[in-house]
Structures are given as structure tokens and as C-alpha cells.
Design a protein. Structure first.
Length: 219
């Protein structure tokens, strides 16, 4: 403005955006009018990065990173890598960014020098970042179990087949054990029995009954 005069407007809200005019009086009869456009922006919210493992091998993984921002959606979103932050390379085989910029698909190898990926959210007056280290999930010895999406297609049928075989073996062992127990019981009854001698009578006055136990030898 004239003579480098500064106009400051306080306590702005989003609805205050629009075209304003300022009238500067130079004398009682002379003034200058200037029009200007005012745009009010919200502070940029802190973004959050979610990840989804598409596939995983001992050497690395394919991961989709999603940058989420609460609040208004009229924000600029870009991705950076490394530290200090720098723009992604142009290798389509390694990086693929969605049309809205919120999703980044990465083909990552554990031997890569840069494992840190950053989502940069900005508007003309503010910016925020969030970072994610792919080594936390891509290294086999640190990332825990493989994701189900990386399992071989024959693994589940093989596990089911092994479980069925084990169940059949358990049933066979149980049946054979029961048969062996029955045969053993019959054999025991055959070789050892009690013969009550014929002609002996039991006295009515508490006389004892005579029994002969005979063990037969099996031929």
C-alpha cells in the first residue's frame, strides 16, 4: 500500500475470505482506494501414515503407504524420502503415486539406502510432515511373521492335508489299542479261572466254601 503502510486484520475465520477494499485518505478531499483479495487458510493438521503390506519376501516387500489428514481436503500432498528429505525419484518400478497423491506404492529392498518415507501436507501458509520407516515391517528378522498375502497358494491345503493325516493316525492308534486291550482281557480270563469242586456242600453253620485255583498252561 502507499508509503509501505501495513494493514493487519485479526481474529480471522474461514468465512472471512473474499475481496476487500481499503480507502486511504490523503487529505480531507483526496483519498486512494485499493482492492485486495483475502484468503483464509486453516492450520495444516498433522498427517498420519497407514501401511498395507501387499507382499513380503526375505529380501524386501511391496507396501502401500496412505497419508491421512483430518479436516479439510483442499491440501497439497507430496512424498519425500531419506533424511534430509528430498523428492522421490522417477523410477516407476520402485514408486507409484495415486492421482490424489495420498497413496504411495513402494517396492522396497532391505538393502536400500533410504528406508524412511515422508508425507508432506501443505497449503500456502503452513505445512506438516509425518514419516514412516519401512525397515520396521520389511525386514524378515524384525518384521515378525509374513503377511497372509505372501503365503504360497499351496500352503493352506498342505496344512489341512497334514492335519487330516494326523487325525487318521490318532484314530488308528486308538482303535488298535482298544482291540489289544480286549484280546488281553480275554486271554487273562482263559488262563486263570476258578473251579468250584463238585460234591462239596456248604455247611449251614458258617462253613467255608472250598475253592481250587488252577492255572492252565497254554499249548
Amino acid at each position: 500500500m502507499m508509503d509501505e503502510t501495513t494493514l493487519r486484520i485479526k481474529d480471522l475465520e474461514l468465512d472471512d475470505s473474499g475481496i476487500y477494499s481499503a480507502r486511504i485518505w490523503l487529505t480531507k478531499t483526496l483519498f486512494q482506494e485499493q482492492r485486495f483479495s483475502l484468503t483464509v487458510y486453516e492450520p495444516v493438521p498433522t498427517p498420519q501414515i497407514d501401511h498395507q503390506v501387499e507382499s513380503k519376501t526375505p529380501g524386501g516387500c511391496n507396501v502401500t503407504l496412505q497419508c491421512h489428514t483430518p479436516g479439510r481436503k483442499d491440501l497439497s500432498i507430496s512424498w519425500e524420502t531419506g533424511g534430509p528429505h528430498r523428492a522421490l525419484g522417477k523410477s516407476v518400478n520402485q514408486y507409484q503415486v495415486s492421482d490424489n497423491g495420498r497413496e504411495l506404492r513402494v517396492s522396497f529392498w532391505n538393502s536400500s539406502l533410504d528406508s524412511n518415507f515422508t508425507c508432506l501436507v501443505s497449503n500456502p501458509v503452513d505445512q506438516k510432515r509425518a514419516s514412516f520407516d519401512l525397515l520396521n515391517i520389511c525386514q524378515s528378522d524384525e518384521g515378525g511373521q509374513f503377511e497372509p498375502s505372501s503365503w504360497s497358494p499351496w500352503l493352506l491345503p498342505s496344512l489341512i492335508f497334514l492335519m487330516v493325516i494326523m487325525l487318521m493316525l490318532m484314530v488308528m492308534v486308538t482303535v488298535n489299542w482298544m482291540r489289544w486291550k480286549i484280546r488281553l482281557e480275554r486271554h487273562r480270563r482263559a488262563v486263570c479261572f476258578v473251579i468250584l469242586e463238585e460234591g462239596e456242600s456248604i455247611r449251614s453253620s458258617g462253613a467255608t466254601q472250598k475253592m481250587v485255583v488252577t492255572r492252565l498252561t497254554q499249548t
